[in-house]
Design a protein around this ligand. Structure first.
Ligand SMILES: *Cc1c(COP(=O)(O)O)cnc(C)c1O
Length: 393
């Protein structure tokens, strides 16, 4: 195998297509897919040296696989990190990160607005091992500082938040984490490296649900953690032992997803901005939440931190749940599903789906009203999306 040489002066769009590409002796032009659980050795001595890590080489696909390693190299280059480790899903990436870096008795500070399974992981699984999490309003830097305890080891955040698109100031939170001797982990699922590079803003690790925009077509599950060599080596050793490894086939699908990531995110954002502006004009819409709108309370931070607003637009219709459900039931083009990160636009009513299992008080505190709808804007023609939403508005 030989690896294409990609040095830093290359632009992100070029890295997304060229970085990490592995070519076999047949000099194929597309990325080859290595569906094999194990690899053979020339001699007993070579096997011994590879197992000891004295020479580099592929041994067993739970640890190393050429297709998975191409995906890792490319994503690391795109995030501006030294190294990445791929995992079976986004949740596997978060679990591997937390179990590697934390031990019983440690404390985590996290943004309160988080992907539901992440909250369940922190409370249900880490909690069982006596790792405690304090949740804070991510947009308020003083709240992060106030939550620090002597045993705080890690900060975790998502930005922009789902569904209300609140931003955390990554650089400011990174400074607070480092003052406290803690690491900052950012879930960069919503923006992807095409729009936001948390490591460049001071974060220590980026975690991904590759299932979303990195694939971009809703085909496979995958995840990854990106950071410096020292931290990723620790997480690699965990994944190698515990086994939440990315399948080679999924890595191969994700590699082609990365090739079009910049184009897709640009178009997702352009469609989302146009839709958000149109929604703001609709008399039946009370409020629109989108970081690319001048009316967003953190518009200035969004301009500084993100290359564009991203794909997710939320809006509140007048008339509560009844009016919101009317919009959901009226769509004929847009998919009624809670998923996101797809070329297909999706529409969801958070209060009765993604946020249904929390108490009405907790929902109100989180700002999830009965009239709130979330659109994950896809790549269809935006006029068709507007006409589709107009049916129920
Ligand atoms: C989907 C998602 C995850 C979990 O990813 P899976 O690939 O489904 O395990 C984590 N974080 C965010 C923000 C997500 O949207």
């Amino acid at each position: 195998m030989s690896r294409e040489d990609t040095c830093p002066p290359l632009h992100p769009e070029t890295l997304a297509i060229r970085a990490g590409r592995e070519t076999s002796e047949y000099r194929e032009h597309s990325q080859s897919l290595h569906l094999t659980s194990s690899f053979t050795f020339d001699t007993a001595a070579q096997a011994a040296a590879m197992f000891m890590g004295e020479i580099e080489g592929y041994t067993y696909s739970r640890f190393t696989n050429p297709t998975v390693s191409a995906f890792q190299q490319r994503l690391a280059a795109m995030e501006g990190g030294e190294r990445a480790i791929a995992t079976a899903s986004g949740m596997a990436a978060i679990q591997a990160t937390m179990l590697t870096l934390l031990k019983a008795g440690d404390h985590v500070v996290s943004s309160q607005s988080l992907f539901g399974s992440t909250i369940n992981l922190f409370n249900g699984i880490l909690g069982k091992f006596n790792i405690e999490t304090t949740y804070v309003d991510a947009s308020d830097p003083t709240a992060w500082r106030a939550a620090v305890k002597p045993n705080t080891k890690l900060f975790f955040l998502e930005t922009p938040s789902n569904p209300l698109t609140e931003l955390a100031d990554i650089a400011a939170v990174a400074d607070i984490a480092h003052e406290a001797g803690a690491l900052l982990v950012v879930d960069n699922c919503f923006c992807s490296p095409a729009l936001q590079q948390p490591l460049q803003l001071g974060a220590d690790l980026v975690v991904h649900s590759a299932t979303k925009y990195l694939d971009g077509h809703g085909r496979v599950l995958g995840g990854a953690v990106v950071g410096n060599d020292k931290l990723i080596e620790q997480i690699y050793l965990h994944v190698r032992t515990a086994g939440p490894t990315l399948a080679a086939f999924n890595a191969w699908v994700l590699l082609s997803g990365l090739e079009t990531l910049h184009l897709r995110m640009e178009k997702h954002s352009a469609n989302a901005l146009q839709l958000a502006r149109w929604l703001e004009q609709q008399p039946s819409v009370a409020r629109v939440f989108y970081p690319g709108l001048e009316s967003h309370p953190q518009f200035a931070l969004a301009q500084k931190q993100q290359r564009s607003g991203g794909a997710v637009v939320s809006f509140e219709v007048k008339g509560g749940r009844e009016a919101a459900w009317r919009v959901v039931d009226a769509v004929q083009v847009i998919s009624r599903t809670a998923n996101l990160g797809d070329v297909k636009t999706t529409l969801t009513h958070p209060a009765s789906t993604t946020h249904a299992r929390i108490t009405p008080e907790a929902r109100a505190r989180a700002g999830i009203s009965e009239g709130l709808l979330r659109v994950a804007v896809g790549l269809e023609h935006v006029d068709d999306l507007q006409a589709d939403l107009a049916r129920g508005l």
